[in-house]
Design a protein around this ligand. Structure first.
Ligand code: HEC
Ligand SMILES: [Cu+2]
Length: 425
């Protein structure tokens, strides 16, 4: 045959293609990589991976060298005699059984040790977080601080965090690739996971569900923020407090002119110090919006079929919104501590909803516009969402007919409700 053999032609294209592919791995910035050394957990995982890669490479090279040598050395030649026939070789068989055992032990022992370590005892001063999986959002509770929040996890830099993982419905899986995980949330069981973020604080990370859990599995994400101790305390103190409505006017108390560190200082005569005005509840620390990396800002487009009169948002009334909210079905599914009618627990806690950067488990930015579309028709915004539609005329999947004025809301009413929720910093 004179024709060039196809494998050779293929090899000519394959080499440059492989090089190109390999070099692509060197560029770019991967904020969601599990090899980022932000916790002792991830460093241990990386070291395990390196061990496996090393031993895998050693085995691969030895096997390939023997294989290629055997192919070349013992290939069929013209007129070669029948090779010697052998059956069994005890020494060799023992060698190729013992060697892999030895290699497996090198890999298995540290792997199992790590699994036990990170589901075992966490450092005593660890921050405790209960993670509760819901189709399709995350509830976070901080028993030490009496906080319940959703989809945004504040943790402290340089303080271990111990997660208790539970689910209310199906199996989910908790993972923040750049920090640690993943570990399943299994019914009737509490799984433990702990690690210590050693970032300097003010860093945002992506978390997600990693066990298929239904139609919006891919939309079940969350944000994790590592913050320093002072900011964490400030955030926690505010989150633990009830929602305040009407929102405190931004009054500047007279005492504000006095630096707080001087109040009550020994050098001052207590009689001459004007008692500070009742402190207006501060909004507490919030992870700065500017610090959110591009990968942390949701870019999900609004569904084209969903319409909302956005002009209404400008003149909405939070006062009317509070009335509408408090007599709508919202209160049966959502809790707003400080609004005694709102006691539901099926949906995310909305006590401080306006202090979060995203809604719907990281799917949309938390602004008036997205919230309005969400309330109008959550199911169109997020497939399967377990929040009913409210927009009058929107298809109600349960009743199988468009939503009516019975329980439905006009765009104007929705805009008011949004104005109310936006006050809940
Ligand atoms: C049948 C229960 C139910 C009712 C009624 C309900 N919601 Fe929801 N709501 C949910 C659930 C469940 C979610 C989370 C959906 C998801 O992310 O998958 C949610 C999410 C939200 C969110 C986003 C919260 C976040 O942190 O992501 C807002 C805001 C909201 N609801 C407002 C309202 C308002 C306002 C009403 C009333 C007009 C209302 N909800 C009625 C169940 C309900
Ligand atoms: Cu899930």
């Amino acid at each position: 045959m004179t024709r060039k053999s196809p494998p050779r032609q293929l090899a000519r294209i394959a080499w440059p293609a492989m090089l190109l592919l390999a070099s692509a791995a060197c560029g770019g910035n991967y904020p969601n990589s599990t090899f980022l050394p932000n916790t002792e957990f991830n460093r241990d995982v990386t070291s395990l991976w390196n061990t496996m890669l090393l031993w895998g490479t050693v085995v691969f090279v030895i096997v390939e060298v023997i294989l290629i040598a055997a192919i070349v050395r013992y290939r069929r030649r013209p007129n070669s005699p029948e090779p010697e026939q052998v059956h069994g070789n005890t020494a060799m068989e023992i060698t190729w059984t013992v060697l892999p055992l030895f290699i497996l032990a090198i890999i298995a022992v540290p792997t199992v040790r790590n699994i036990w370590k990170y589901q075992g005892e966490a450092p005593a001063d660890a921050l405790q977080v209960q993670v509760i999986g819901h189709q399709w959002w995350w509830e976070f509770r901080y028993p030490q601080y009496k906080i319940t929040t959703a989809n945004e996890l504040y943790i402290q830099a340089n303080r271990a965090v111990r997660f208790e993982l539970q689910t209310v419905d199906v199996i989910h899986s908790f993972w923040i690739p750049a920090l640690g995980g993943k570990r399943d949330l299994v019914n009737n069981r509490t799984n433990i996971l702990w690690f210590t973020p050693d970032s300097t604080g003010e860093q945002g990370f992506i978390g997600s569900c990693n066990e298929y859990c239904g139609s919006s599995h891919a939309n079940m994400r969350f944000r994790a923020y590592t913050v320093n101790a002072a900011n964490f305390e400030s955030w926690a103190k505010h989150q633990a407090a009830n929602a305040v409505y009407p929102p405190p006017a931004p009054v500047v108390p007279a005492a504000a002119a006095v630096p707080t560190s001087n109040i009550g200082a020994a050098t001052q005569d207590p009689a001459t110090v004007t008692p500070p005005a009742p402190a207006a509840p501060s909004t507490g620390y919030e992870f700065p919006r500017e610090q959110l990396g591009a990968h942390l800002v949701p870019g999900t487009p609004l569904p084209a079929s969903l319409k909302f009169n956005e002009a209404l948002l400008a003149n909405a009334s939070a006062e009317r919104g509070l009335q509408t909210y408090s007599r709508s079905a919202c209160i049966g599914c959502h809790k707003i501590r400080g609004n005694p009618s709102s006691m539901g627990i099926l949906g995310p806690d909305l006590t401080h909803i306006a202090s979060r950067h995203t809604i719907a488990a990281g799917l949309f930015p938390n602004d008036a516009k997205h919230m309005a579309y969400w309330i109008k028709n959550a199911v169109t915004m997020k497939p399967g969402a377990k929040m009913q539609v409210f927009g009058i005329g929107e298809m109600d999947a349960v009743m199988k007919r468009p939503m009516t004025t019975q329980g439905g809301l006009t765009d104007e009413q929705i805009a008011d409700v949004v104005a109310y929720l936006r006050t809940l910093k």
